[in-house]
Write a protein that binds this ligand. Structure first.
Ligand code: FPP
Length: 264
């Protein structure tokens, strides 16, 4: 592990409990090397492994990764097939390692459109890792925040009463009996500054960090820098407080461009 933080006892004092990541830039990473786009996704899986391994020592309890949006079905069928095959391989290959590391894997998003074997592999991985308490790894697959909110609203209509907490539970899906905390820190790699229909309810007060570095190049040390940046933010949740600390943005770079922290 190459993170700046070696173990939980050295985690920042105010780490983000829930980190969500839009893993963008795989295609550009591959194209820049004259490789087919799926090669970028392949490299992106290695980054997933690094980040999952580094997260608990940084104090992160829940990590949600955006692997495939419901709009991604519009991509060329060859790229979609390659991604789905990669995901199936990842789930099958990593289940034992995740269980051993105390990580619980759950998926959010639709399962009825996934290709053969993937939904089954996910269900088996969820079962095999259910006892994990060190990290809750959530992978968003065929996911749309707006569809998820709509679906939760339909189910909420049948309930006798509704609170934010109850609604949040509905959003976490049939497989998320535990309340999932709101997102504290949302990171998007690849330089774009948008949410792309990801966790729109859960990110209500998230700190947003947009980094130019492409996902395959994102390292455990970069994650540690992002967590350190977050730890210096003053979160007011709409209340009144002292001026936010002038936290210098971490210098996460493709070659060396600075991070662009969110304006609001
Ligand atoms: C966006 O990059 C990335 C995706 C749509 C797929 C993300 C998937 C992985 C990182 C691999 C599998 C994930 C797990 C959890 C094992 P892009 O292709 O849109 O890149 P571009 O903006 O450069 O074209």
């Amino acid at each position: 592990m190459s993170a700046n933080v070696a173990n939980e006892s050295e985690a920042p004092r105010h780490p983000p409990r829930h980190v969500a990541i839009v893993m963008d830039g795989n295609g550009r990473w591959a194209t820049a090397r004259g490789l087919p786009r799926p090669a970028g996704h392949h490299a992106g899986v290695e980054t997933v492994r690094r980040i999952v391994e580094a997260a608990p020592a940084l104090g992160i309890e829940t990590l949600t990764l955006y692997a495939f949006s419901s709009d991604n079905w519009r991509r060329p069928t060859t790229e979609v097939a390659a991604l789905m095959a990669l995901l199936r391989r990842f789930v099958r290959a990593e289940t034992a390692r995740l269980a051993e590391a105390g990580a619980r894997l759950t998926m959010l998003g639709r399962r009825d459109r996934l290709p053969g074997g993937l939904a089954e592999a996910i269900a088996a991985a969820e079962q095999a890792t259910a006892a994990g308490t060190r990290l809750h790894l959530r992978v968003a697959l065929d996911y749309s925040a707006r569809d998820t909110i709509l679906d939760a609203a339909r189910r909420a209509a049948a309930l006798p009463s509704l609170t934010r907490e109850i609604f949040a539970r509905l959003l976490s899906g049939d497989h998320g009996a535990d309340p999932v905390p709101d997102v504290d820190l949302l990171i998007r790699t690849g330089g774009e500054q948008r949410l792309s229909d990801f966790l729109l309810w859960e990110c209500a007060y998230a700190e947003l960090l947009f980094v130019p570095r492409l996902w395959p190049d994102f390292s455990a040390a970069d994650l540690a820098d992002a967590v350190a940046w977050y730890a210096q933010r003053e979160r007011r949740f709409g209340g009144f407080g002292a001026a936010p600390a002038a936290a210098a943005a971490p210098a996460l770079t493709a070659a060396s461009p600075a991070v662009v922290p969110s304006a609001a």
